[in-house]
Write a protein that binds this ligand. Structure first.
Ligand code: HEM
Ligand SMILES: *[C@@H]1O[C@H](CO)[C@@H](O)[C@H](O)[C@H]1NC(C)=O
Length: 627
């Protein structure tokens, strides 16, 4: 372990691929030697050099051909066939990579997949750089990967290695026993409806909406995505550490100067004044935390472009680590202090033989007021484990809920009648007071609304697992051959695409309509086929924070709707947030999208979600209590 952390990534990569690096030139030199000894032939130096140089591509080509041949043979032996391969015109599918890169600029994510599906069906081999990648948007196969055949699919060494700098070996980034250990340690914390969460949500929702109100009083548009990211960051960090990052105390961004002036007057008289404000905002500790956390995620996600060979791009130094200093600067002292406090507590209570079973019991129980950190240090005193675990949950819980709330406001802006109905439900069930857990459970339309947001804009649109052993996926057409899934193959699956398939959800699948979770469409499509809707994944690795997320999102939306009667989208205030002209007409979409959404690990809206809102507080007790 010590060795692996001290060597530069590039060296480590070459060492772990030593045979591939050393064997080809070794074979070339053997060949040259044999020619000389057996036939007395001594090729000129340039030819020898060429032989060495070509040894790598030749060996590689041979290896690729051999693997392909073996996979075909294994498939035949099982009476199966390989999933159809997406044709590519260039060696290594570089034309596909290029095309996907270009699409990203102008088109809705996954745009090209709709063409592939039309031609090949929802399961195919998207092979690039000589590596098979089985893509699927088929509920039957996603169910196997996540649930029924769970033991045969793992995140895999490639993914976990890629994310190791950021996530260590936490629950999100481990497999096998290590994952079981982390999951077991964390689960009790999520297993109950902890009332104390609502205090956290309430405080931070109030702070966020207060900031929004002040900005609106200036007549300015606000970036709702930025605001709810702060809300979820502060909520998640307080829930985890008992102390929040205080990102809501840092200055909010304004739209760029001066393009916004008509729609959103800026309180700056010059570019210099604007720049000074922006510079001051970006050095605020809370904004630095958020920025470095984001940078670390983007850099980690970008590694997958270079597949397993990413260490060659960061040959002498780990690029993610650099950005993490600020994040660790916040987390590490809290973790260390918690470990210390727990040690002192144990010493105080004396290591007397008061029965191991009582101790065990205490570990499993989670106090109502306990933070996750306080719970973790009861189970382990290894600061690294505590650090990894809390950071994993911060990552898992923050952006996912933030993008849910972002897309929720976006949908409310595009569908005023839905906003009206939700507000009626808030008025009927809650009025102007603070919502409770029971309120949220009872509000059927709100739940349907959130589900519809998660259907069209699942925060984790794409995901990946590796098949450990070779297996087959049964054919879904009568008399068809099953698909062969070779050992070690990368299986990509997309809930984003599955959630928009018209053959699974009906002809209006690309329309936003919360009623599909309430009316006869529910019984026609979802009830008989529950795996067509899996925004939180499914099976043993299902999202631990699902209930937390529903509570958090519901709480914030109720608080918002108690104050606001209309939301207007003003993406024009930031040119970077306006979709390019081709954006609307894309496969799997009804063409009505007015924001650019992209994905790194999770989905986000490019340039922010800029809105103006109309305030019209609901009447009722404690309506203005927080003003
Ligand atoms: C709408 C919000 C959310 C969505 C859509 C969501 C979605 C997901 C998905 C798709 C996974 C599976 C990732 C994978 O295994 O590849 C996952 C895992 C996880 N989520 Fe969430 N999540 C949300 C909110 C939260 C929150 C608020 C928390 C915690 C406070 C959380 C904690 C976790 C954890 C710990 C895992 C890892 C579980 C494991 O690997 O065993 N999530 N989530
Ligand atoms: C994979 O196959 C090996 C050898 O047959 C077996 O020992 C192992 O349990 C299998 N692993 C899984 C996850 O099925």
């Amino acid at each position: 372990m010590a060795l692996t952390t001290s060597l530069p990534p590039g060296i480590l990569f070459l060492l772990s691929n030593l045979p591939q690096v050393v064997l080809p030139p070794l074979a070339a030199s053997l060949l040259l030697y044999a020619l000389r000894v057996l036939y007395g032939l001594a090729p000129p130096a340039w030819l020898a050099a060429l032989a060495y140089l070509l040894s790598w591509p030749l060996a590689w080509t041979f290896d690729v051909q051999y693997r392909d041949w073996r996979i075909q043979r294994e498939a035949r032996a099982r009476g199966a066939e390989c999933p159809p391969r997406i044709p590519s015109k260039a060696i290594g599918g570089v034309d596909l990579i290029k095309q996907f890169g270009k699409d990203m600029e102008k088109r809705i994510i996954a745009y090209r997949h709709w063409d592939f599906i039309k031609e090949f069906g929802p399961t195919y081999n998207l092979r690039v750089l000589f590596e098979n990648r089985i893509f699927t948007a088929e509920p039957e196969y996603i169910k196997r990967i996540l649930a029924t055949e769970f033991p045969n699919y793992e995140k895999g060494p490639d993914f976990t290695f890629q994310m190791r700098t950021l996530l260590g070996t936490g629950v999100f980034n481990s497999d096998g026993d290590m994952w079981k250990f982390h999951r077991g340690m964390t689960r009790p914390f999520f297993s109950r409806d902890r009332i104390s969460h609502f205090d956290i949500f309430d405080r931070h929702a109030d702070a966020a909406l207060g900031l929004m109100r002040a900005r609106m009083a200036e007549g300015c548009a606000i970036d709702w995505q930025d605001l709810v990211s702060r809300f979820t960051l502060d909520s998640a960090s307080e829930f985890l550490f008992g102390q929040d990052v205080r990102s809501l105390s840092a200055p909010l961004p304004y739209p760029p100067f001066p393009s916004a002036s008509a729609l959103s007057p800026l309180p700056f008289s010059s570019q210099e004044a604007y720049d000074a404000y922006t510079a001051q905002a970006s050095t605020h500790p809370a904004n630095r935390f958020a920025q470095s956390f984001l940078d670390a995620q983007i850099t980690s996600a970008r590694r997958s472009r270079f597949t397993r060979a990413w260490p060659l791009m960061e040959f002498w130094g780990d690029k993610v680590k650099r950005g993490l200093d600020v994040v660790d600067g916040f987390i590490d002292p809290l973790c260390e202090a918690a470990v210390r406090r727990e040690r002192e507590r144990r010493l105080r209570e004396g290591g007397g033989g008061d029965g191991a079973s009582a101790k065990e019991k205490e570990k499993e129980e989670v106090g109502e007021e306990e933070t996750l950190l306080e719970h973790l240090v009861k189970l382990t005193d290894d600061p690294q484990i505590v650090h990894d675990e809390t950071l994993n949950i911060l990552l898992a819980g923050r952006d996912t809920t933030a993008i849910t709330l972002t897309m929720a406001a976006y949908m409310l802006a595009l569908h005023p009648h839905v906003l009206k109905r939700l507000r009626d439900e808030v008025q009927t069930r809650v009025g102007a007071r603070r919502p409770t857990y029971d309120d949220i459970r009872e509000m059927k339309y709100l739940r349907a609304f959130i589900n519809e947001v998660l259907r069209l804009y699942p925060p984790v649109p794409f995901n990946v697992r590796y098949a450990i052993n070779a297996t087959t996926w049964p054919s879904l057409v009568p008399g068809g051959k099953p698909f062969y899934v070779p050992a070690g193959v990368r299986c990509l699956y997309s809930v984003f695409i599955m959630h928009r398939r018209k053959d699974l959800w009906g002809p209006d699948a690309d329309k936003f309509d919360p009623d599909r979770f309430l009316d006869e469409r529910l019984h026609r499509y979802l009830t008989p086929n529950p795996f067509i809707f899996v925004p939180f994944n499914a099976g043993p690795r299902i999202c631990l924070g699902q209930q937390f997320a529903y509570n958090e999102a519901s709480f914030m939306l109720i608080r918002l709707l108690q104050r606001v009667s209309h939301i207007e989208l003003v993406q024009e205030v930031n040119p970077a947030a306006v979709p390019p002209p081709e954006w609307g007409v894309s496969g799997g979409s009804d063409g009505s999208d007015k924001v650019v959404f992209r994905g790194h690990l999770t989905m986000y809206v490019q340039g922010g979600l800029w809105v103006k809102m109309t305030e019209e507080p609901l009447a009722g007790e404690d309506a203005e209590a927080d003003v």
